[in-house]
Design a protein around this ligand. Structure first.
Ligand code: FMN
Length: 342
């Protein structure tokens, strides 16, 4: 079942996007154009992930990937309480209750690994860290091709040591969470193209380039810099098959949002999104505490999303967000690849 990522008919990977943006339909559409579709298992139970895999299998015969969030040790509860106190007036103003305490959460990791061993998928990728050597060996034996997401040469070396078959190199331009293995590490700022060069120096594994790739020339430049494929997230957020909310989709091309920033205010882990009032207000106070802060702010974000209040929603976006296109994801994939070859 091994998938040679250097041999995709179209070297475009649909980035896994947790939180509802990735759908089986989006993954199948990118597959149908010759790329590699992905499901995002983050925030989902093992059972819900298995359901999505079943739907995707009914839509495509081609290889696809499943992405997992690697769990971290629990954060300092005092830092989470202090941030909760800071957010309370905001919650009261909005008529929202914040959870009093957040239980430890490993994103159903063990059950997902067990499910992927019992019913293997062609490709498994990891973000926020790496599987243990034993888990990686078991998935390899099950026939899955494994991709470790990395944001530095040091993380690339760790991924090689963990037995990954390929690396997704995520540059700072990327939308959504930085994949940095330690939530408390300051994410690197070397732009994607330079990062690809740095990582190429330490490993011969196939590299997939991610971050801020929104048009043909950007894709071509990443491939010239040594990547065998590119991974696009933001570029698919406005596609027909995207599960992103209409409010999020509209904001990506709304001229009122002139900037993206990396922030921990919503989830306690650095993530890039459209700069808005919530970020400006809480940026100095958000602790490194993932996924605790994700759970803490969830009711606030849900209430904001219900009212389409873009001042208080998390609007993940990469730096190329103004370039996002609408239409079927297969057409977007083909058009971007055509433009990359000009
Ligand atoms: C809405 C959104 C959700 C994301 N969720 C995930 C995820 O669940 N797992 C993951 O590995 N990467 C996730 N990412 C990051 C992507 O894998 C990829 O690195 C990023 O989209 C590339 O940058 P771009 O958005 O500029 O194309 C997400 C990105 C976005 C925009």
């Amino acid at each position: 079942m091994t998938v040679d990522l250097a041999q995709l008919a179209v070297p475009v990977v649909a980035a896994p996007m947790a939180g509802g943006s990735s759908t089986p339909q989006l993954a199948a559409a990118v597959n149908s154009a010759g790329g590699l579709g992905f499901l995002a298992a983050g925030y989902r139970s093992a059972a819900a992930t298995a359901e999505q895999i079943a739907v995707l299998r009914s839509l495509t015969d081609r290889p696809f990937g499943v992405n997992l969030f690697v769990p971290a040790a629990p954060a300092d509860p005092a830092a989470v309480s202090a941030y909760r106190a800071r957010l309370l007036p905001e919650a009261e103003r909005r008529g929202v209750e914040l959870p009093v305490s957040v239980a430890p959460d490993r994103d159903d990791w063990d059950a997902k690994i067990a499910a992927l061993l019992a019913d293997p998928v062609p490709v498994v990728s990891y973000t926020f860290g790496l599987p243990s050597p034993a888990e990686a060996a078991a998935l390899r034996a099950a026939g899955s091709t494994q991709i470790g997401t990395v944001t530095s040469a040091a993380e690339a070396l760790a991924a090689v040591a963990a037995g990954m078959d390929a690396l997704c190199v995520q540059g700072p331009e990327a939308g959504g969470h930085r994949a940095t293995h330690r939530a408390d590490a300051t994410p690197g700022s070397t732009p994607l193209l330079g990062l690809l060069t740095e990582i190429r120096r330490v490993t011969d594994l196939p590299l997939i380039a991610a971050g801020g790739l929104g048009d043909g020339p950007a894709i071509a430049a990443a491939l010239r810099a040594g990547a065998v494929a590119v991974q696009l997230g933001t570029a698919y957020l406005r596609s027909d098959e995207s599960g992103a909310s209409p409010t999020h989709q509209a904001a990506l091309v709304d001229g009122r949002f002139t900037e993206t920033v990396v922030t921990k205010v919503f989830t306690g882990r650095p993530a890039r999104g459209l700069r808005n009032a919530f970020i400006d207000r809480y940026q100095p106070y958000a602790p490194t505490a993932y996924p605790e802060v994700h759970h803490l702010t969830q009711p606030l974000r849900a209430a904001a999303a219900k009212r389409a209040d873009t001042d208080a929603m998390h609007l993940w976006a990469g730096t190329a967000h103004p370039l996002t296109r609408t239409g079927p994801a297969a057409d977007i994939t083909r058009a971007l690849w055509r433009e990359a070859r000009v």
